[in-house]
Ligand binder design. Structure first.
Ligand code: C2E
Ligand code: MG
Ligand code: MG
Ligand code: MG
Length: 284
């Protein structure tokens, strides 16, 4: 931003950069202490079957409970956590929480899955702890298929050797894979099969613009047909209206996730909802 009283654009640019660097340093300091003080919480957003609104799954979404700033969204800290590799500690927290929660749910009903977002940094770091997941699943005595790893398209384009080895090991151990934010990157269809992906998540930006006879709807229909032919189930992200839900259902989409069904919930609120088995649609 150029300030109105500015004469020298370069000076203001560099002072912006300084402010940016200071904000980043502060955030990093806060992030380090937040990890030490365990200020993170895993929220859960239900994923429902579009034909009967039953809750089959949920996505675990991390939140930072900041003592002064309140609940902080991951969009404000995931990137920095990735750049500084703190994502590895956060990722272990997320895995442990999801494991504990799905174990509790599987004590009361069968066939529930919780998906977690796995960063490419976790997959490529030798010390991320991912290699312990198999043993942790066995120790928890739940099927590995109860946990789904959500990975993004970017990862599929040019995965390193360690990443590929890890993904294959996770799949071999029985964990399932979902390709998150589908449509925003450049992944090739071949990777979907090579990586043995189970779910494809259509990105919210397509869902947002879905209308009868729209190009976005045609695109979603094509993605769904293709995914089904490859043996993948499809989850549409960011469904906010009944119209979007109906069009996606008619297009053959299997599952939906979005504010229409439920916002991400604290564990307590989520467990209450899961015990009801279906969601009630939000008023539009
Ligand atoms: P994502 O994995 O694509 O998660 C979906 C995001 O869309 C979530 O945002 C969710 O709250 C939001 N969302 C779902 N339905 C709706 C809707 O109907 N309307 C609107 N406006 N938004 C909706 P959130 O929780 O802020 O997370 C943002 C992103 O941060 C995630 O996108 C994911 O990429 C990343 N993230 C979240 N938790 C973790 C984590 O534990 N580890 C890593 N590595 N990344 C995470
Ligand atoms: Mg996700
Ligand atoms: Mg599989
Ligand atoms: Mg997504």
């Amino acid at each position: 931003k150029v300030k109105a009283n500015g004469r020298n654009g370069f000076e203001f640019f560099s002072s912006d950069m300084r402010e940016h660097a200071q904000a980043r340093m502060q955030l990093l300091k806060d992030l380090r202490s937040a990890i030490e003080l365990k200020q993170f919480e895993l929220y859960y957003q239900p994923i429902v079957s579009l034909n009967d609104l039953s809750i089959h799954k949920a996505e675990g979404l991390i939140r930072w409970q900041h003592p002064e700033k309140g609940l902080i969204s991951p969009i404000h800290f995931i990137q920095l956590a990735e750049e500084t590799r703190h994502i590895n500690a956060l990722g272990q927290f997320v895995f442990c929480e999801a494991l504990q929660t799905v174990k509790e749910i599987l004590g009361t009903r069968s066939n529930f899955q919780i998906s977690i977002n796995v960063s490419p940094v976790q997959l490529s770091s030798s010390d991320s702890g991912i290699d312990d997941w198999h043993d942790m699943l066995s120790a928890a005595d739940i099927p590995a298929s109860a946990i789904v790893a959500e990975i993004t398209e970017g990862l599929m384009v040019n995965p390193g050797a360690l990443t590929q080895k890890r993904l294959k090991a996770l799949v071999k151990s029985g964990m399932q894979l979902a390709l998150d934010d589908f449509g925003t990157g450049y992944s090739s269809l071949a990777y979907l099969q090579e990586m043995d992906t189970d779910y494809l998540k259509i990105d919210k930006r397509f869902v947002d613009n879905i209308k009868a006879n729209s190009q976005e709807l045609a695109l979603c229909e094509a993605i769904i047909v293709m995914a089904h032919q490859l043996g993948l189930k499809v989850i549409a992200e960011g469904i906010e209206t009944t119209e979007q839900m109906k069009l996606l259902l008619a297009a053959g989409c299997d599952f939906g996730q979005g504010y229409l069904f439920s916002k991400p919930l604290s564990k307590q609120n989520f467990m209450n909802l899961v015990s009801q088995k279906t969601v009630v649609l939000a008023n539009e």
